[in-house]
Design a binder for this molecule. Structure first.
Ligand code: G6Q
Length: 548
């Protein structure tokens, strides 16, 4: 594919950008009050208001042309039918197969994957049911009360985020724990709060070779055996989720206690697979199925709907507009619902690990920006912290404000406050406050002219700062499934536009590789001399500090 910036539609967008870049959204709303209705879309239980963006019909038309010129339609089809679109690892990216609720078969290397997908789902269901109804007993015949998921990155964040998001649907007896950090403080804290007789450990690792996960898993195993005294009890308290049968066996977990998935499931796209075992145990098989249903709904929408009415495509193109034309280097995710507190973290991995790339699929260096820095936090708290920069700082930082419409479960009076803040923030980002408005307000409040003139510049908000408002009808498994799939597809579309491989992650390798020698050095097992002076110095400081 030609470089993005050489495409006709890209050049047309560059010309169009010059005509629109200084236009204020206030003006756009005044000229076209209909934009609130025009730039609004609803899919299932998710609504998007994208009217508060620096764009018009022409912008959207040109962005859609760009998507066409990048063969987006064909590339969506290729992903869904199992083509090996992850070209550097020669793998398909088939998370859509994991929630394929249709009866269509999907093939990889000529083999229908749906049979295996459904077989593992059935096994997960049987196992989850047994834990939930108390049929699965620990080594002293007690029911399981605590689940500890040991995994990191894609084998942690999806399950953690979803369990927290859907806490209201969780089994009241089950306490969920997630251990990812190799800093023993985390595991120790969990071990101090659980009992070996009533705990199930899920060791979740696609490769089953991840240092942090295996270290935590071995420590947990040791702790368990210290209490249980007999290895035969491991089978009642440890299960594995992995693609690597041999390594699971070598760890001492029986194959019948292993839940399989496949190399075509990327870590950060894996919560729909057996990696979601913790989710299924906590929520139950029906709610897990509803989660898949919600994702499937978004998958169908993404596949079938034309570009103009396609939610993930709209979100993706708006993002491209800011990144490649306005030079916006970051994007903020701000949920206004306590359940979604891990959502920014989850999207941070999903987006930045997928699209934080610097070469096109053919290896040529990109001549344009790719993924923005994704950051964010609970919106309501962030208003009292970093929103200052978003309102008055010098960077253009587009933001997604995410909230649920339903008051259900909230304390009286709280939900209205929450939602009024979502709407007010988006309004403030868009409108801002001019010098005249600020000045007049101060004079009307009785301030003297001289003081008002001094203070006014500090109280000016330039506005014209873009936001998307994403409203969920309510927080439930279907809507959470749709929301996650929405972002997955948004990220995919952007990867297609930038012609990068969204499904590999070579960037995480170098540090891991270098850590091996340094670890041997810190343990005093080996000495290497080819470090830079800073690394050498740091190693020396550590050794000296711990030598007495
Ligand atoms: C995700 C990444 C990465 C991965 C972890 C854990 O897409 O590949 O976050 O999930 O490094 O890997 P394992 O599941 O193999 O332990």
């Amino acid at each position: 594919m030609a470089s993005l910036n050489e495409l006709e539609s890209f050049k047309a967008l560059e010309r169009h950008f010059i005509t629109i870049k200084d236009m204020h959204m206030r003006e756009m709303f005044e000229k076209d009050p209909d934009r609130a209705y025009k730039y609004f879309i609803k899919v299932g239980g998710i609504k998007l208001d994208y009217s508060k963006n620096r764009l018009n019909d022409e912008t959207l038309k040109l962005l859609r042309l760009l998507a066409q010129e990048c063969s987006l339609k064909e590339k969506i089809k290729a992903m869904y039918k199992g083509d090996k679109i992850n070209n550097t690892e020669e793998r398909a990216a088939l998370h859509t197969a994991l929630r394929n609720k249709s009866s269509f078969s999907i093939e990889v290397d000529g083999i229908d994957v749906m049979e295996n997908v459904n077989a593992v789902l059935r096994r997960m269901e049987d196992f989850s049911r047994a834990i939930r109804i108390g049929d699965w007993l620990g080594y002293t015949n007690q029911i399981i009360t605590d689940i500890v998921n040991i995994g990191i990155g894609g084998s942690d964040l999806g399950a953690l985020m979803t369990c927290k998001a859907l806490r209201n649907f969780g089994h009241p007896r089950l306490n969920m724990h997630f251990v990812s950090n190799v800093d023993g403080v985390q595991l120790q804290g969990v071990l101090e709060s659980i009992h070996p007789e009533t705990t199930l450990f899920i060791v979740a690792s696609k490769t089953f070779s991840t240092q942090e996960t295996l270290t935590n898993a071995f420590t947990a195993r040791k702790w368990f055996l210290y209490h249980a005294l007999d290895e035969k009890y491991i089978a009642k308290h440890f299960v594995a989720v992995s693609t690597n049968k041999q390594a699971v066996k070598a760890f001492g977990i029986d194959e019948k206690n292993m839940f399989e998935f496949w190399d075509w499931v990327g870590g950060r796209y894996s919560l729909w697979s057996a990696i979601g075992l913790a989710i299924m145990i906590y929520l139950g098989e029906e709610n897990f199925s509803a989660l898949l249903e919600g994702a499937y709904l978004m998958d169908r929408h993404f596949y079938c709907e034309d570009f103009e009415n396609n939610l993930p495509i709209i979100l993706a193109l708006i993002g491209v507009w800011y990144i490649n034309f306005f030079d916006a280097g970051s994007h903020i995710i701000a949920p206004y619902d306590q359940h979604l507190r891990y959502f920014p973290k989850f999207i941070q991995q999903l987006d930045m690990e997928s699209n934080g790339k610097q070469v096109q699929k053919n290896g040529a260096k990109v001549q344009y920006d790719t993924a923005p820095v994704i950051w964010g936090d609970m919106g309501i708290n962030a208003q009292h912290a970093f929103f200052q920069l978003l309102h008055q700082g010098t960077h253009l930082s587009p933001i997604d404000l995410i909230a649920s419409l339903s008051k259900k479960g909230n304390l009286p009076g709280h939900h209205e406050i929450l939602l009024s803040n979502v709407f007010a923030q988006a309004q403030a980002f868009m409108r801002g406050k001019t010098y005249d408005e600020v000045y007049k307000e101060m004079i009307n409040n009785g301030m003297d002219k001289e003081k008002a003139e001094k203070l006014a510049p500090h109280k000016v908000f330039s506005g014209n700062r873009p936001s998307n408002i994403i409203l969920l009808d309510e927080i439930n498994p279907v809507n959470i499934g749709s929301l996650i799939a929405l972002y997955e597809h948004k990220i995919f579309v952007q990867g297609v536009i930038w012609d990068i491989n969204s499904f590999d992650q070579w960037g995480v390798e170098l540090g891991k590789e270098l850590a091996k020698n340094i670890l041997a050095e810190l343990k005093g097992q080996q000495e290497f001399n080819d470090y830079d002076s800073s690394t050498k110095h740091l190693i020396q400081i550590y050794k000296e500090f711990n030598s007495h």
